[in-house]
Design a protein around this ligand. Structure first.
Ligand code: HEC
Ligand code: HEC
Length: 276
């Protein structure tokens, strides 16, 4: 996806090399290495406290922001390693990129809006008030993770690594893969596994406690990209692109909460084929 954007920006710039406006519209961020600071380097003092609070929200979302969480997931269920992992939508490097145009919304979105998209969809919950302690903590944590990334630059490994299956995705083959390679952790019924005291050790992939149909992870291409790169945890990279698509076709289409706001998504008519 990034490569496609880079090519089109280059094409526009070379076709209209006199037009600054066009070049700016098709702005392509420079890429820099993903090098988030170590957790031990969070500073002392009030700013450090806010950063640590934001980090706790990412790793224990229900324990810190319960009123806004509607399922058993935590931010780090998908933003692995507390938002430091490449190709698991790292949170590092975002501070200097937002506000950003997003086609799902059809408008320019702030980082607060983007965080709340995940509260509403991935967490099936409620939006954080802009001035809440929770939102300030998340912004402080993301800003700290983004230290050293120049404004307007994008880290390598932002988002997910897009993959393409050689053939159509097959959910019944996917079920066989699920039972063999995923069920041991996520449960035969996809409901995850609870440890004590009631906290999930392995998060649910479907059902009332998982992400809703409006979430990015509910899209076949996004789920396949995440799974091929990051799952099965501990054995990541062992599924072929086809297997990742097959298993994603199986678990994304299992029952999960609806998302009322989905009818307003992609208002400009560029709705992706796998949007729900
Ligand atoms: C079910 C998985 C899932 C959970 C849980 C989740 N997210 Fe996300 N998040 C995603 C996906 C998928 C994207 C889209 C990445 C992309 O655009 O390529 C995303 C994108 C983001 C982005 C923008 C990333 C970028 O590169 O622009 C932010 C910020 C974010 N999430 C914050 C959060 C926060 C904070 C939480 C917890 C409250 C959370 N997310 C929980 C899946 C999840
Ligand atoms: C060894 C245990 C293990 C195996 C096997 C495993 N996962 Fe996961 N998976 C996890 C854990 C743990 C997380 C959450 C990471 C965190 O919270 O730090 C996760 C997160 C996820 C998520 C995002 C969160 C959610 O609940 O939606 C998806 C999707 C996912 N796994 C799919 C799969 C698929 C598909 C397979 C099989 C190909 C698989 N996993 C195999 C342990 C596992």
């Amino acid at each position: 996806m990034m490569t496609i954007r880079a090519v089109s920006a280059w094409t526009l710039i070379s076709l209209f090399s006199g037009s600054l406006a066009l070049a700016a519209d098709s702005f392509t961020p420079a890429r820099v290495p993903l090098l988030p600071p170590a957790p031990t380097t969070i500073p002392d003092g009030p700013l450090g406290d806010a950063i640590r609070y934001g980090q706790r929200i990412v790793t224990d979302t229900a324990g810190t922001a319960k009123a806004y969480v509607g399922n058993a997931l935590r931010c780090a269920s998908c933003h692995l390693d507390g938002g430091r992992a490449a190709y698991a939508a790292p949170l590092a490097g975002l501070t200097g990129l937002f506000p950003e145009y997003r086609s799902r919304r059809g408008s320019v979105e702030s980082l607060e809006d983007r965080i709340n998209d995940c509260f509403l969809r991935s967490m099936n919950g409620k939006a954080l008030p802009a001035q809440s302690r929770e939102m300030i903590g998340l912004l402080a944590y993301i800003a700290w993770l983004s230290r050293g990334v120049p404004t307007g630059s994008e880290v390598e490994g932002r988002g997910f690594r897009e993959i393409h299956a050689p053939g159509p995705a097959d959910a019944s083959r996917g079920k066989t893969i699920y039972l063999a390679k995923c069920a041991a952790c996520h449960g035969g019924d996809g409901q995850g596994v609870k440890g004590d005291p009631g906290k999930y050790v392995f998060p649910p992939l479907w059902g009332s406690q998982s992400f809703n149909v409006g979430a990015g992870m509910a899209r076949l291409s996004v789920a396949a990209a995440f799974v091929q790169m990051k799952m099965p945890l501990g054995n990541a990279g062992t599924l072929s692109d086809q297997e990742a698509y097959d298993v994603a076709a199986y678990f994304t289409m299992q029952p999960r909460p609806d998302f009322g706001g989905k009818t307003n998504d992609w208002p400009k008519g560029d709705r992706p084929a796998d949007a729900r």
